[in-house]
Design a protein around this ligand. Structure first.
Ligand code: ZN
Length: 431
């Protein structure tokens, strides 16, 4: 159990340091550089040498790292893809909202589809990026206000059961309470929040030209259960898979394949941005790797034909109070290993051949593997796999780690499954 716990704790540390996708990408970039990976820019020419490791980011919120085999010829790409964004609230422009000459609220909107009630009555703060006018023009800075900053209060049960248990309206019920605006009045409240953000970013509110700021839950992730079996944390979907795939990638040296570790942004809002899975990011990077190896178009396509993509995004475990929500025969549980996801209409990219490849990897790694399918009368969610493969058509499987309460402000997973995923990806990246 100790070994499993070590990986779970490291994963929780990574989540704690990564309140937004921008921070997750910055943390990964730092870990890559520490291990000698070279940063490439999309705006510059690339020259790559056999055995080299490099990475590139797009929008500072998506990242692709790769490592070439030591030999000149590769058999294909071995790709792991996950996403670093999670459902949350995005701070709008002109965010301060004085109310009743007593409060300052923040104007926010939903980012992705979350369980709204789970965000109530918790200590929250704000993180993201600020773009400001600096000495040399426009400068981007990451910010994370590392203190308990705000709360979205529930309506008391005494004010009517309807008020407490109704459908929540994001423009009315979900605005966080940030402070008071008593004697200082509305004028002072008008910049109360952006002044604080500017201070954190080392600038002034008037110099802020743009911001992508998101709320995050302040409570740290923890291990709980009778024997410490479970992990409770925000953003397990999908930072658990980001952590597991990147950890294995960093540890591994490929024999015949080009290892590729992809972390996308914007999965929770449909992936349709320049840095999402539905962009050219992955296909551009793979093509440029081929180009720097002086491959002809046909040699590059041979490489693609020999490639495999594992899309890793968390999966629904059977719920202890609602077991009827799960499929009758495909019933994943926490701590029972990698979940292969299947969908008849191909919302998941797994097919018989790619499932077999993942099951073989799990066998080789000594890791248990389970299967997930939606109940035939429940629509279910979607993920990265089939969106990525519409741009780069390679054999792919959708997997995930089993979890409960997906898209709640805090989610529950198994303490063993992070290590299982790291072990499986290590086998994949050693090929
Ligand atoms: Zn996800």
């Amino acid at each position: 159990m100790k070994e499993y716990r070590k990986y779970a704790e490291e994963m929780l540390e990574f989540i704690d340091k990564s309140p937004t996708g921008f921070h997750a990408v910055a943390n990964l970039a730092a870990a890559l550089e520490e291990q000698g990976f070279r940063r490439l820019k999309e705006s510059q020419a690339w020259e790559l040498a056999a055995g080299e490791g490099c990475y590139v980011t797009r929008n500072d919120s998506s990242l692709i790292a790769f490592r070439l085999p030591a030999k000149d010829r590769a058999a294909g790409f071995h790709i792991a893809a996950s996403h670093a964004d999670s459902p949350t609230f995005k701070v709008k422009e002109a965010p301060e909202m004085p109310a009743e000459n007593a409060y300052v609220k923040l104007n926010t909107e939903k980012y992705g589809g979350m369980i709204l009630s789970s965000w109530l009555d918790r200590p929250l703060s704000v993180a993201g990026r600020v773009v400001a006018e600096g000495e040399k023009g426009i400068e981007t800075r990451l910010v994370n206000i590392d203190e308990d900053m705000m709360v979205i209060p529930s309506v008391a049960i005494h004010m009517g059961r309807d008020a407490a248990n109704k459908e929540y309206n994001p423009q009315v019920d979900m605005l966080p309470l940030y402070g008071e605006c008593g004697e200082e009045g509305k004028a002072a409240a008008a910049h109360a929040f952006l002044d604080r953000i500017a201070g954190e970013a080392g600038t002034e509110a008037e110099r802020i030209l743009g911001h992508d700021l998101f709320l995050y839950v302040r409570e740290k992730g923890r291990i709980l259960g009778r024997n410490g079996e479970f992990v409770l944390s925000s953003r397990l979907d999908d930072l658990q898979c980001v952590y597991a795939s990147s950890r294995a990638f960093l540890d591994s040296t490929p024999e015949d394949y080009i290892n590729v570790c992809v972390v996308f942004d914007n999965e929770e809002v449909g992936s349709g941005t320049k840095q999402g899975a539905d962009s050219t990011f992955l296909e551009d990077v793979l093509w440029r790797i081929g180009e720097s190896m002086h491959l002809s178009r046909s040699e590059y396509l041979q490489l693609i034909a020999g490639s495999f993509l594992i899309s890793a995004d968390n999966a629904h475990a059977v719920h202890p109070n609602h077991p009827e929500k799960a499929d009758p025969t495909n019933r994943p549980f926490l701590n029972r290993g990698i979940v292969l996801k299947f969908h008849g209409s191909q919302k998941y990219a797994t097919d018989a051949v790619s499932a077999a490849q993942v099951r073989m990897l799990c066998r080789e790694a000594g890791v248990p593997c389970q299967s997930y399918a939606n109940r035939s009368d429940i629509a279910g969610g979607s993920t990265l796999g089939n969106i990525s493969t519409s741009h780069v058509s390679v054999s792919s499987a959708d997997i995930g780690l089993p979890q409960l309460a997906m898209h709640s402000a805090v989610e529950t997973a198994g303490v063993k499954d992070t290590k299982y995923a790291v072990d499986m990806f290590r086998v994949f990246f050693a090929k």
